[in-house]
Write a protein that binds this ligand. Structure first.
Ligand code: G6P
Ligand code: MN
Length: 444
């Protein structure tokens, strides 16, 4: 097995240490020769990197070289895989994305609805520039992107790089849900093969089988309806917000029993309830700043101070492992099935071709080979079409600088709908994002 060179873009992310633990756990599936961290924030990255040096020395000595840098030439050349996880505006802007819609009685969420629109508008420019720069140095590398909101980022990258077949947008949410299915069934996620369709953070499992082809869908549904379902992946299992979210899977399945829903559909099916239960002074951004961000920073500090990881309990989570397994399937042509974001082109036959959909696909060294979904039912088609119009109008507006298109986007989004509210929210979000979005203020 040829050993791979990996660059993690966003080395300062709160997810980086988890990714390193996943790379360690998965080293037999994806053996690495070199790991590079790149970030524009040297200080944030250094903390992760210094802990990573110790982690690798003790748990992954097979890695011959580990570099962390803010230099693009050093980070982007001679790389087989890029994992990208950037957040333009950081958690400070996430807070605004959540609070502004909530102040108008609408869902305030980082990737859904109005907040997702603002986050999308901020992400598009940085992602396009980043991919251009990466391609100057590594024209053939696989680029696996986790950057949110994945639906809007994927649509922008589809338009900007139509011939680049080595950019793959992925989300870990379906996998995190499958970890919980596996817990219900008493097996491992890797034993399960999903059938899935939708948009990112907006989709449904139509079936779940085991590797032998046995259909487990009915058992999963029955268990959820009887006993509910909880998050079990270590990263989210003890988080009250994720526990509440998983509780809503049972509610959704009761109300819409045909397919198994993605957790994010709660924001679109119960927008009033979701907005009402939020505390505008303590949104998810606050919880992440006080939770994951602090937890990861203190873990790094402890490892660095002790000079060893011996006193720490290290656990890989599905967020990292899923990405690593997709990379392994690309690198070694394993043909495993994963849920990924790809251009529709007839996969869902009654949805237009030129949209990014999230579906199950066989992952080969020639990229994803999606399975045909065929014709979907009227309810799902209508749900998807309003949402993808919101996504497309948001990307259109990023190019045109048209505020009107943003108002249209939110009017079509199930978390807003009301046109005067849409306009008021757009005004406030644009104002809060003026430093990131000169195109809406007569400049570029
Ligand atoms: C899931 C989604 C990601 C999202 C994350 C947010 O993993 O798939 O797209 O970024 O949840 O989690 P957080 O804990 O930051 O709210
Ligand atoms: Mn996601």
């Amino acid at each position: 097995m040829k050993k791979q060179n990996l660059t993690i873009v966003g080395g300062g992310s709160t997810y980086t240490i988890g990714m390193i633990m996943s790379l360690i756990a998965e080293k037999e599936n994806l053996p690495l020769k070199r790991i590079v961290f790149f970030d524009q924030d040297a200080e944030r990255q250094a903390l992760n990197a210094k802990a990573t040096e110790i982690l690798l020395r003790e748990h992954y000595p097979e890695v011959e070289e580990f570099v962390y840098t803010t230099d693009k030439a050093e980070a982007f050349a001679n790389t087989d895989f890029f994992f990208i996880q950037i957040r333009t505006g950081g958690l400070a802007m996430r807070k605004q994305d959540e609070q502004i819609p909530l102040a108008h009685g609408c869902v305030g969420q980082e990737t859904c609805g109005a907040g997702g629109m603002a986050y999308g508008l901020r992400s598009i420019g940085d992602m396009i520039n980043l991919i251009r720069e990466i391609r100057e140095y590594s024209p053939d590398a696989w680029i696996l992107n986790y950057t949110n909101p994945a639906a809007i980022v994927a649509e922008a990258l589809r338009r900007e790089f139509p011939r680049d077949r080595r950019i793959l947008n992925i989300c870990d949410m379906p996998a995190a849900i499958m970890v919980s299915y596996a817990s219900l069934l008493g097996c491992e996620i890797w034993d399960l093969v999903p059938e899935y369709f939708g948009l990112n953070h907006y989709g449904w499992f139509t079936a779940v089988r085991n590797k032998q082809g046995e259909d487990l869908t009915r058992v999963i549904k029955e268990r959820i309806l009887e006993q509910g379902i909880a998050p079990t992946d270590p990263e989210i299992a003890n988080d009250p917000s994720w526990q509440k979210t998983f509780k809503n899977i049972r509610r959704m399945l009761t109300d819409f029993p045909e397919y198994l829903p993605n957790t994010y559909l709660q924001y679109y099916l119960y927008p009033s309830d979701m907005a009402a239960k939020e505390d505008i002074t303590n949104t998810r951004a606050n919880q992440v700043i006080n939770g994951r961000e602090k937890r990861v920073a203190s873990l790094c500090q402890r490892i660095i101070a002790a000079g060893t990881t011996r006193h720490e309990e290290l656990e890989a989570d599905i967020h990292g492992r899923y990405m690593v397994r997709v990379a392994a399937s690309l690198a070694y042509n394993r043909g495993d099935t994963f849920i990924v974001i790809v251009e529709n082109n007839g996969i869902i036959s009654n949805i237009q071709d030129d949209v990014m959909v999230e579906v199950h696909a066989r992952i080969t060294n020639d990229g994803p080979k999606p399975f045909a979904v065929g014709k979907i039912g009227q309810f799902y088609k209508a749900m998807m079409e309003s949402q993808l119009a919101y996504e497309k109008l948001t990307v259109d507006a990023w190019y045109s600088g048209s505020k009107q298109q943003l108002v249209e986007a939110l009017t079509l989004n199930r978390t807003v709908v009301d046109a005067p509210k849409a306009r008021a929210i757009v005004d406030e979000l644009l104002h809060a994002n003026r430093d990131y979005l000169p195109q809406f203020f007569g400049g570029r």
